[in-house]
Design a protein around this ligand. Structure first.
Ligand code: ATP
Ligand code: ZN
Length: 292
């Protein structure tokens, strides 16, 4: 295995877990080429001076804060819990989950103040304690390293505070949500000296431009359609070309080709109206990057 090149930027990501697949996909979409088969400790990018280190997600804040690596991708939840001295650079729009306080379905606890004097089991003691303090609730927090959801059934806790991406884990364990603590998603963090370093600035900016390009393209679609000429003005008005003008080109047999870039959720809102205005087919194309 080749050794780590110290002149390269270094990025730490989760080795094996919920964020791994989407992080790799995100890095590849950013145009980075690298091997990433299992059991690797790190990869060197073929086309960019970047080393990717595969580690446990809990170790990423320390690696970034200490400068072992320049960058890290991890859940916002870990940052909120550990509050390391690092700089948050970007929300990455994947790895969505929510820290919830939940109670057994049959529990008498129905609102926040009912938690006073009760025991809450969690892997996120600081996040949970801060939330309770803000809401003037005094409860006992028991820190557990895994399988928090079974603690009420074991009689260890009256409530839990745990990360969830869907409600199914709660239902499986006969729990119901009481309140949300916070929402989380994957984020990019950086070492504070790395972002201030002149030597690293050019590479970091290049990488950030790539990342932002992927992020801004994610919500947009390129659409193409053939519109009856007599309805052209009306149809153009329906297309909320937020950042891009609508191009009208190639007229044939009373139809004109329209092309524009719109937000995907807007597309679903206006499809019905476009059809009613005489558009029979809408071609929707993915956009790889929007570089600005
Ligand atoms: P590691 O072995 O790296 O320590 P882990 O078991 O602590 O892994 P995972 O369960 O793989 O961590 O979760 C990694 C991250 O995925 C979480 O910190 C969180 O940001 C995110 N995540 C998304 N959905 C969920 C979910 N339903 N439960 C827990 N975490 C989730
Ligand atoms: Zn972990």
């Amino acid at each position: 295995m080749t050794a780590i090149n110290n002149k390269n930027l270094k990025l730490a990501m989760q080795k094996e877990g919920r964020l791994t697949e989407e992080t790799l996909e995100f890095l590849r979409k950013s145009g980075l080429e690298f091997e990433s088969y299992n059991q690797r400790l790190f990869s060197t990018c073929r086309n960019f001076p970047l080393e990717i280190l595969y580690v446990r997600d809990d170790d990423i804040p320390d690696y970034v804060a200490s400068g072992t690596v320049d960058l890290g991708i991890l859940g916002q939840n870990i940052l909120s819990e550990e509050r390391p001295k690092v700089k948050k650079l970007l929300n990455l729009r994947f790895g969505f989950c929510t820290l919830f306080i939940a109670v057994p379905k049959e529990s008498q606890i129905n609102n926040l103040s009912d938690l006073n004097g009760k025991t809450i089991a969690t892997t996120y003691p600081n996040s949970t304690q801060n939330f309770l303090l803000k809401n003037k609730v005094e409860a006992k927090i028991v820190t557990i390293s895994g399988s928090v959801e079974i603690t009420p059934a074991l009689g260890v806790a009256d409530a839990i505070s745990d990360l969830l991406s869907t409600g199914s884990t709660l239902a499986l364990n006969d729990l119901r949500p009481l309140t949300k603590v916070y929402d989380s998603e994957a984020i990019l963090i950086a070492n504070e000296e790395s972002v201030a370093s002149k030597n690293k600035m050019m590479l970091l900016n290049n990488l950030l431009t790539r990342f932002k390009g992927v992020l801004s393209a994610k919500n947009y679609k390129y659409i193409l359609m053939s519109a009856p000429e007599e309805k052209l003005t009306k149809i153009k008005k329906m297309l909320p070309s937020l950042i891009f003008p609508t191009l009208a080109t190639i007229s044939k047999n009373g139809f004109t080709t329209l092309q524009t870039v719109i937000k995907e959720d807007v597309l679903w809102d206006i499809t019905g109206k476009l059809k009613a205005a005489g558009i029979s087919q809408i071609f929707v194309l993915p956009i790889e990057k929007i570089i600005s």
